[in-house]
Structure formats: C-alpha cells, structure tokens
Design a protein around this ligand. Structure first.
Ligand code: 13P
Ligand code: SF4
Length: 319
C-alpha cells in the first residue's frame, strides 16, 4: 500500500508537470479509474472516451484502456501526444479482423454500407463508412436501415446479430468475438437467476445471444452503470468485464452485484471475466510512460485522415 500511495502521488505530480490528462475505461484497474476522476480526466465507455479526448485542451492524453482507444484518440486529435501504459494491450475483436482480409470482404460487397465497431484498427476504420460503439450502434444502424441501406458489419458477431434482430436491418456479419464476453453462458445464467429471482440482469451486447435474451438491460458500460443506479432493484447479475463493478458499486451504494457465470467461473475462479489486455494497465507503467514519454501511439496520417471520417460521423450523430 505504501508503494501504491507513492506511485499515485508521483502520477498526480507528473500529470500536472506534463500538462497531461488521463482518460480511462471502466475495465481498467480501480486505482487508475479513481486517479482519472480525481485529476480532471475521465473514466467512461468508449464513446465518451473518444469525445472527451477530442474536446480536452491538454496537449498530452494518457489513455488507460486498449489500443483501439488510443488510436481513436490520435485520429481525432492528430496534434496531441497520445501515450498508453502498454502498447501491447489490444483486443480480440481487433486481432480477429485484419485490415487486408477486411478490405477483401468489403470489395466483395460493394453495395453495402460499411459499419465497423470501435474495437478495430485504424486501417479497418479507414475502410468504413461509419464507426459505432456499443452505446450507439443500434441507433445508427436503425437510421441507416430507415434509409434503405444494406449493411456490412464487422467485427463482433454477437453485437451485430443483436442489432440485426432489434432493427430488422439487412446485415452481413463478420464473425469476430470478444474473448471475455464470449465466455458468458445462458444456461448457467438462467440457473443463477433462479437463485436470485428478484435480481435484474445487466448485459453488454458483446455477449452471446442466449445471455442477451435473459437481460433486463442491454447496453454499453456507461449505460449498464446508469441502469444499476436507476433501476429499482437491490440485486444485479452483471454480464460484462468485472472491472466495471468498481464504478457500479460507487454509483449504486447498498446494492449487490453478482458476476454472471462464465465457463470457468466456479468456486475456484472468481474473476474470470476480466480482459487480459485491459489488465495490462497499471500504476507502475502509467508512471513510467508519463516520466519518459515512451509508448506513444502513432497512426499513419493518411490512414488517420480516412478513419477520421467514420468516427466523426458517429460523434456528429451522437451530438
Ligand atoms: P463500451 O464502449 O461499452 O465501454 O465497450 C468497450 C469494450 O471494449 C467492451 O468490451
Ligand atoms: Fe476487446 Fe473484449 Fe477486451 Fe473489450 S473486453 S477490449 S472487446 S477483448
């Protein structure tokens, strides 16, 4: 704990000295989330992270999250310096959608409007017409569907089929998935619900269909936290990365939160639902990048300019 206190103090000082601001996701270590809030940065879902980073006047943003979040920040603010605690922190959705294969998929379906999830590389976004996050994907696809557009969707198959069912849009889906959310199990969740009949079930839409089907609320991380606060229930079963529980407990004190069951979630595994890449962000590497300026996120300017268009469209739609 003494080391932790010292590290936090050092980070606070460095953020001031370097005129940097910390932008964190709800899945990262609780200490980083708290530091982001205390120091005038933000902790939020990926849509809000993008907007906050774009609008904040700081010259340096430190993004505690995964690579696509750092890249999105850089694309929106090419003149800012974007640092990340660990450049190897990526995402199974990003890894599962290589830019060249994705380009071939798009080439094969030129009649479709290309909508990609935020969890993709800059090169994939450069090929898209729209980028969406989980908080706004449904609204944007509904809007495109109303205009009679056929959609090519990548990479998350669960989020894609959830949106497809809700909107009735014609969607051709890339078959990617999140390795964390893919592990939630419908049958086990149903059994757990029987043990807690009054609990409300909160589900991130990267989860499999059988899990989404049991949800009282489906939404982005911010939307799930808001639901925990506003719903009139004492107990919640939560199907998303358990990093979110820190903020949920703060937002809804006195309520009880139970991890949704995963394949490996038994008496011996209390924290299976945690993203290994989000977990790469820590106090030590955060202090180190602030001190040294190492781990800068760079995006090829030409790719960045192309990718900007689809991100800006989403932010404009959301405004
Ligand atoms: P949110 O946009 O809901 O925060 O989700 C990001 C993410 O990576 C979920 O796994
Ligand atoms: Fe990607 Fe899943 Fe990790 Fe989110 S939780 S960053 S979707 S691997």
């Amino acid at each position: 704990p003494a080391e932790k206190v010292a590290l936090k103090e050092r980070i606070r000082k460095l953020l001031k000295e370097k005129q940097a601001v910390l932008v964190a996701h709800y899945y990262v270590d609780a200490d980083l989330q708290d530091l982001a809030e205390e120091t005038g940065g933000c902790v939020s879902d990926s849509l809000e992270m993008a907007r906050f980073g774009r609008d904040h006047p700081a010259k340096t943003l430190v993004v505690a999250g995964v690579k696509f979040m750092g890249e999105t920040a850089k694309i929106l603010s090419p003149d800012k310096t974007i640092l990340m605690p660990d450049l190897d922190a990526t995402c199974s959705l990003d890894l599962g959608c290589p830019a060249d294969e994705f380009a071939a998929f798009c080439d094969a379906h030129p009649d479709r409007t290309v909508v990609v999830y935020a969890n993709t590389s800059a090169a994939v976004k450069a090929r898209a017409d729209w980028m969406v996050t989980s908080s706004i994907g449904l609204d944007i696809v509904a809007h495109l569907h109303a205009q009679g557009k056929k959609i090519l969707w990548a990479p998350d198959k669960h989020l894609g089929s959830y949106i497809q069912k809700k909107t009735g849009a014609d969607m051709l889906l890339w078959q990617g998935s999140c390795l964390v959310h893919d592990e939630f199990k419908g049958v086990e969740l149903e059994l757990l619900k029987k043990e807690h009949p009054n609990a409300k079930i909160l589900v991130h839409p990267e989860s499999p269909e059988a899990v989404v089907a049991l949800a009282d609320v489906v939404g982005s991380t911010s939307q799930l936290i808001a639901a925990a606060r506003s719903l009139d229930a004492k107990e919640f079963i939560v199907a998303t990365d358990n990093g979110i529980l820190h903020k949920m407990k703060m937002a809804a004190p006195g309520k009880t939160f139970i991890d949704a069951p995963t394949a490996g979630n038994s008496a011996t595994c209390k924290s299976c639902a945690h993203c290994p890449w989000m977990a790469m962000n820590g106090l030590r590497n955060l202090a180190e990048v602030l001190e040294t300026g190492r781990n800068e996120i760079l995006v090829d300017p030409e790719i960045g300019r192309k990718a900007y268009v689809c991100i800006d469209r989403m932010l404009d739609f959301a405004a």
